[in-house]
Ligand binder design. Structure first.
Ligand SMILES: Nc1ncnc2c1ncn2[C@@H]1O[C@H](COP(=O)(O)OP(=O)(O)OP(=O)(O)O)[C@@H](O)[C@H]1O
Ligand SMILES: [Mg+2]
Length: 328
């Protein structure tokens, strides 16, 4: 069986629409005729099922952590949409919000074994290592933000943390390079490294072979950005600006997927226990979500949206990112 394509939806901040986006994109893909499994990996803040019209799931991810089942397959629930299944999360057992390292690795292996065209992970907010590892295991990472400065900063912080976490994991056995990456992620590092580009230059001084590997690992990172709750054209320009910021300091080119307007229909659809895409195909947010689902399935455009070039350079200082992660 071919491997499923895994997408993860994440972001630095809570309440920006990650679950709304994941659920609606899953519906969109299923409506395009794809087999889709959506997994609520927001361990501790699970609510994805509400977006798919499920009140209280009979089974949840906890059943896997408590070893009541041996595969995730046994926990999949049908939804009202053909070809869309959900693996619901749970908030019941607080301890499960932070599974141990090996349990997490096992969980990730089992996610990779799920059979569908697309497996979508709703990884929840924040930059805990569990969240970052689940986000980084995906073939494509989708970051959702809203057009407010603190949210943009935390989305940038999330992207930076996820890239460095990935690099530290990939190069954990290359001690010198690992140490350099570890230093570079700290904005006030002794080496004076201020960007991923400068990290690459330093890595070349240590070992051109390792630097080449580092570069190809960075090049392989596939990242997309979505701006939700957009209300005017000024806010529409924020996505391309974020792309430019990430390119400048983190040396990867995310694709801007588009903006989703604020819509009263989102809450209405939740109250009615149905997703927006199903509820209202005329709604502007619904149309933007269909557009986003389509754009996500087509091959990457290598050129960055020309809007990014209009952005004034002085706007592009790197947001300061707090480093406060000490877990494994
Ligand atoms: N485009 C939108 N227009 C109007 N309301 C929206 C929109 N997107 C999301 N919402 C509402 O905003 C709230 C937060 O959305 P959601 O639960 O998807 O956020 P989240 O990022 O997954 O939050 P958390 O970090 O807690 O998991 C919900 O009440 C949702 O219905
Ligand atoms: Mg959520």
């Amino acid at each position: 069986m071919p491997r499923s394509i895994i997408w993860a939806v994440g972001g630095g901040k809570g309440g920006v629409g990650k679950s709304m986006f994941a659920a609606n994109i899953a519906v969109g893909l299923a409506k395009f005729g794809k087999k889709v499994i959506v997994v609520d990996t927001d361990l501790g803040g699970a609510n994805l099922h509400s977006y798919l019209g499920i009140k209280t799931p009979k089974v949840t991810i906890n059943d896997f952590f408590l070893r009541k089942v041996s595969t995730l397959d046994e926990l999949l629930l049908e939804t009202s949409i053909d070809d869309l299944k959900i693996l619901p999360g749970s908030n019941e057992i607080v301890g499960m919000a932070n599974p141990r390292y090996f349990t997490k690795l096992k969980f990730m292996r089992h996610i990779q074994q799920l059979q569908a065209d697309y497996v979508l992970l709703d990884v929840g907010a924040g930059t805990s290592y569990n969240t970052l590892d689940l986000f980084s295991m995906a073939h494509t990472g989708i970051v959702v933000t809203i057009p407010e400065k603190p949210a943009i900063e935390s989305a940038y912080g999330f992207i930076k943390a996820s890239i460095y976490r990935k690099l530290l994991t990939v190069f954990q056995k290359d001690l010198k390079l690992h140490d350099l990456i570890d230093q570079a992620r700290n904005p006030t590092n002794d080496e004076g490294i201020k960007s991923v580009h400068e990290l690459l230059l330093k890595a070349k001084e240590i070992s051109p072979e390792s630097a080449a590997e580092l570069e190809s690992t960075i090049d392989a990172i596939d990242l997309r950005i979505v701006v939700n709750f957009v209300q005017n054209s000024h806010e529409e320009a924020i996505g391309p600006k974020m792309v430019e910021l990430v390119e400048r300091y983190l040396s990867i080119s995310p694709e801007y997927i588009g903006s989703i307007p604020f819509s009263g229909k989102v809450r209405e659809s939740l109250t009615k226990q149905t997703t927006l895409l199903m509820a209202d195909s005329e709604d502007e947010a619904s149309a933007a979500l269909v557009f986003a689902a389509r754009k996500l399935t087509v091959p990457r455009k290598s050129q960055v949206d020309s809007k990014a070039e209009e952005i004034e350079k002085e706007d592009l200082t790197e947001p300061s990112v707090a480093e406060s992660n000490s877990e494994k």
